[in-house]
Design a protein around this ligand. Structure first.
Ligand SMILES: *[C@@H]1O[C@H](CO)[C@@H](O)[C@H](O)[C@H]1NC(C)=O
Ligand SMILES: *[C@@H]1O[C@H](CO)[C@@H](O)[C@H](O)[C@H]1NC(C)=O
Length: 457
């Protein structure tokens, strides 16, 4: 395909906008993206377990802006989470200093804008948490470490997408898939060496399949859990999730395609990057390895093969106790069902019939100062019941040290990602149809993974 690299560069609203895109030569695309420190994706944050992070965020956009630290546990400082309810969005031309600790965590994480569909315009980046010296990780230190932020992409601006939802339309099908903001990244390594690939889905709506031509991948880490090291030809990474794999460059000296393609839709969007052998003189060629032909069922079968490596040392989610999670009796069961209703002509998304609206007074402040009338803990049911969806500042109560059994019920037609912000949880079972208590006999109570985002079909 004839290629033209085009640069859209402008200085609207005080922030610089920049995008390189591979397009057929007879049309040129330029669009706004959100940069962090002049970069898209934003700068990678390389930190170490238990680091104390002090991060000052200046908002130069013309809208309020808020970043969230995806998978960073904030049990003791949830007002640093960067989501509505715990943080106020940062007004234009203002700054906010986040302070948090990467307590007992090792692994691959991301940050992204949590409000106003800003994520559709960029503003995201990787957070890689490395082990402290002397803390063994359950695999040899790789010869190199690549971070790949993969995601669907819309040519429509985030403000137009906002207007779609406000006019009652759903998000459209995306226009493409990007790897690190591009459609032509290259990752170089030496033949015979082993590299870590940290892959995160930073997109808006679409599950992606990731694979490397001619190479298999050894799964070693999922959102901070060290896994049983199974070998895969391809991996599904759902929106918001991260995985880390080891890849040995054990093929002939040429270049190979790295592929991210959309899942679960008849129409498949594909993008490639290149794995370059340093001794290669041959560009990547040949057919791309096919996307898995299986649908939801096969994808969920793959998810069931993810197991926690119980003998691996390294950071534990909770060294004090809940490691033996299967022996702890849950305090209560919560069933959360997602739906996509129209309310007052707008496309909204709801949980147990409630579509969340942000209160003017942040929930944390209302709670801390006992301000009445901001929220009520009776505003959402702990399991779904029939009836129309409505708007409310929904808050559910739980007690300190409660151990919860949470069932996610997807009443929509497409794959959904559920994320518990500031926490992780054991994914002990997947199932079809409605959950009932008999499903407990199918739970994995021994070596399930802890993660912060789970796919639900
Ligand atoms: C950052 O915000 C604080 C108020 O929260 C303000 O006092 C300070 O001047 C700001 N810093 C800069 C460099 O604008
Ligand atoms: C689990 O971790 C241990 C300790 O590092 C390692 O020796 C072992 O190979 C891992 N087991 C599996 C099945 O991946």
């Amino acid at each position: 395909m004839p290629l033209l690299l085009c640069y859209g560069l402008c200085d609207n609203f005080g922030f610089r906008v920049f995008l390189k895109w591979k397009v057929p030569c007879f049309w040129v695309l330029s669009m706004q993206v959100i940069l962090i420190n002049g970069q898209f994706p934003g700068p990678r944050l390389d930190v170490v377990t238990n680091d104390n992070i002090i991060l000052n965020l200046f908002n130069k956009l013309d809208q309020p802006f808020l970043l969230t630290w995806n998978g960073i546990k904030q049990r003791k400082n949830s007002w640093q989470d960067g989501v509505l309810g715990t943080n106020c969005p940062i007004p234009p031309n203002s700054n906010y200093t986040y302070k948090f600790q990467t307590k007992d965590q090792i692994g691959s994480f991301t940050y992204f804008p949590s409000t106003l569909l800003h994520r559709a315009a960029g503003g995201y980046g990787a957070i890689n948490i490395y082990e402290r010296p002397r803390i063994p990780i359950p695999f040899p230190v790789p010869d190199g470490d690549f971070t790949l932020l993969i995601g669907d992409w819309y040519k429509t601006s985030h403000k137009t997408l906002q207007a779609y939802l406000d006019s009652g339309r759903a998000l459209p099908f995306p226009d493409g898939v990007l790897i690190n903001g591009q459609t032509y990244s290259t990752f170089s390594g030496d033949q015979g060496k082993t590299y870590m690939f940290r892959i995160s889905n930073v997109g808006m709506s679409t599950s992606l399949n990731f694979r490397i031509q001619g190479h298999s991948m050894k799964l070693v880490e999922v959102e901070g859990s060290h896994t049983v090291q199974n070998i895969y030809d391809s991996l599904d990474v759902h929106v918001g999730q991260s995985v880390a794999v080891l890849v040995t460059l054990n093929q002939g000296p040429k270049d190979y395609y790295i592929i991210a393609s959309t899942r679960f839709n008849r129409k498949i969007l594909t993008t490639t990057a290149v794995l370059h052998y340093s001794n290669s003189r041959t560009p990547a060629s040949g057919p791309l390895p096919a996307a898995p032909s299986y649908g939801y069922h096969g994808s969920m079968m793959q998810a069931r093969t993810y197991k926690w490596n119980l003998t691996a040392s390294a950071a534990r989610p909770n060294p004090q106790g809940s490691y033996h999670y299967g022996k702890i009796t849950p305090t209560k069961t919560i069933v959360l069902a997602n739906s996509a209703p129209l309310i007052n002509g707008k496309q909204r998304y709801a949980v147990n019939r409630v579509s969340y609206i942000n209160s003017d007074t942040p929930l944390k402040l209302a709670d801390y100062f006992g301000i009445p009338g901001v929220f009520s803990v009776d505003s959402i049911e702990s399991s779904p019941s029939g009836g129309a969806a409505f708007l409310s500042t929904s808050v559910m109560s739980a007690n300190l040290h409660d151990f919860l059994e949470i069932v996610f019920q997807n009443d929509e037609k497409t794959m959904q990602s559920w994320h518990l912000d500031g926490y992780d949880f054991w994914v002990i079972g997947y199932g079809n149809g409605l959950w009932n208590s008999a499903k407990r006999s199918t739970y994995n109570l021994v070596d399930a993974l802890t993660r912060h985002t789970v796919q639900v079909k």
